[in-house]
Design a protein around this ligand. Structure first.
Ligand code: GLU
Length: 512
């Protein structure tokens, strides 16, 4: 029977999402869309100690910003809810009981002190990984070692207990990961994980498997860090008798530091000066604010395109993909298994490409916000022309303001270094003589200005590339910037002439 594709993004609300988590969400989304399936958001908040207020909203806001919203989730609801694990406590209890009844899980009454003592004993005996497992459980206080009556009376008297998974002693677990192929793990290396904590709440493992079953998940797409948990999950499916509907496992390759070795961390991002969170995060405890990709000016479509190619490849050299094209092209078979280097330059390149794709009208809105903030009067046509002029030079929306403000208002300062290098007395006087020519132009179109300038410079025997920087300094304060003639046209005749006159006065004063 062909099942409808159902995938889930299952973050724990323990803080802001990292960019790797966003990639996980994206791959889930792409697969769901490709096969007209459902993309579920499940909030895995079983660990109340790690709960961070605002984290769930952060996740929702991120998915909304990127336009990869779930079909079912705490906000949308859906036929398999509730979608917050903290609201599903009773469900997990019931399934834990089933395992106990089948002899696949047991009650354990050990106190924290007893657990510490066990660990010390095993360490003293030079056991490499001291853990509660098929061997050490024999010496502990649990329903496998205590007499039946004692277990019942402990349970009835309200003594705290946990439910542990009874890991088989010597078995080999084999499972197929869609990215890694066959994976083989010996149960002797695994421990008896707690399934239900003493507060009655399930742990991640039980809740995750029960929910994937109940929510009819067909593919578990998640980060490689969850691969070590998969054997336990496989056994849970087996013991519950759910093998027939067990999801396919897809463990995504790790994101590496820009240097190419080791896992990418927030610290690496800080060192290299790039964001790691998708959107800005106000830490409720420290009150610190960390801007995300959104605040740094990355466009959602650029970030999606960049992340899609961090671990998946289309099999040809196409790089630019709209979301629809990604949905079309995406396939699990083309997800790689080796770690992928996080290259922020590539993200910037994508941003640049998507800025260029935007219309002048759309780009103008960024600039309008800044112009209004700075109380600078503007004409919307002119704003659009500025955006057109700057488009090829911009990586971020902010660049339109950084580079473009000088087209709306005179420079606040002149670059002293540039003046020293480029502004000679000869050019100064030539510029003075060029002012009346500019003033008398009947058309102030870029090509007309250029024509007049070239004729004038030929007469004066001055090279264009000597004079250009000087005019730039006079108009814009520095030697770098967008096309000079176009800029002049946008600045306009009167204003351009005024700026040159002002520069001639100011700069002459500073030189004398
Ligand atoms: N709650 C886990 C996380 O925070 C989910 C892992 C999974 O997808 O199974 O990433």
């Amino acid at each position: 029977m062909e099942r409808t594709i159902r995938v889930r993004f299952a973050p724990s609300p323990t803080g802001p999402l990292h960019i790797g988590g966003v990639r996980t969400a994206l791959y889930n989304y792409l697969l769901a869309r490709k096969y007209q399936g459902q993309f579920v958001l499940r909030i895995e908040d079983t660990d109340q100690n790690r709960f961070v207020p605002g984290a769930e909203k952060y996740i929702l806001d991120t998915l909304q910003w990127l336009g990869i919203e779930p079909d079912e989730g705490p906000q949308q609801g859906g036929p398999f809810g509730p979608y917050r694990q903290s609201e599903r406590k009773d469900i997990y209890q019931e399934y834990a009981q089933r395992l106990v009844q089948k002899g696949k899980a047991y009650y354990a009454f050990d106190t924290p002190e007893e657990l510490d003592a066990m660990r010390e004993r095993l360490e003293a005996a030079k056991i490499a990984s001291p853990q509660y497992n098929a061997i050490s459980r024999e010496w502990m206080k649990n329903s496998l070692t205590l007499p039946q009556e004692e277990v019942s009376s402990r349970l009835h008297s309200g003594e705290p207990y946990v439910v542990r998974f009874k890991m088989p002693h010597k078995e080999t677990i084999r499972f197929y990961d869609q990215v890694r192929g066959w994976v083989k793990v010996e149960t002797a290396t695994l421990d008896d994980k707690v399934l239900i904590k003493s507060d009655g709440m399930a742990t991640y493992h039980l809740a995750n498997v029960v929910d994937d079953y109940l929510m009819q998940t067909t593919h578990v797409i998640r980060g490689e860090e969850w691969l070590p948990s998969a054997p336990l999950h496989i056994l849970l499916y087996q013991y519950f008798g759910w093998e027939q509907v067990m999801p396919q496992f897809v463990h995504l390759p790790i994101l590496l530091k820009p240097e190419g070795h080791g896992k990418l961390s927030k610290r690496d991002a800080d060192i290299h000066g790039f964001p790691i969170f998708p959107i800005g995060w106000h830490d409720p405890i420290t009150k610190n604010y960390t801007p995300g990709f959104r605040e740094k000016g990355y466009l959602p479509e650029a970030l999606i395109n960049f992340l899609a190619l961090l671990g998946w490849s289309p099999g040809n050299n196409q790089e630019l993909f709209s979301k629809e094209e990604l949905v079309d092209a995406f396939s699990i078979e083309r997800i790689g298994k080796s770690g992928v280097k996080f290259d922020i330059q590539k993200a910037n390149w994508f941003n640049q490409q998507y800025i260029r794709k935007k219309s002048d009208q759309a780009l103008a809105s960024y600039l309008v916000v800044e112009l209004e903030k700075n109380h600078i009067p503007y004409d919307i046509q002119q704003v659009q022309r500025v955006c057109h002029l700057l488009k090829e030079r911009a990586t971020f929306p902010q660049d339109f303001w950084i580079e473009g403000q000088v087209l709306f208002q005179p420079p606040a300062t002149y670059d002293i270094d540039a003046i020293q290098k480029k502004w000679t007395p000869r050019l100064h006087y030539a510029l003075e003589n060029f002012v009346p020519i500019l003033q008398n132009l009947t058309s102030f179109a870029a090509d007309k200005i250029k024509e007049a300038l070239i004729t004038f410079l030929n007469e004066q025997e001055i090279k264009l590339n000597e004079m250009m920087p000087v005019i730039r300094i006079a108009l814009m304060g520095k030697t770098a910037g967008p096309d000079l003639m176009q800029s002049m046209e946008i600045i306009g005749q009167t204003e351009a002439v005024n700026r040159i006159k002002a520069a001639l006065e100011t700069i002459e004063i500073s030189r004398s």
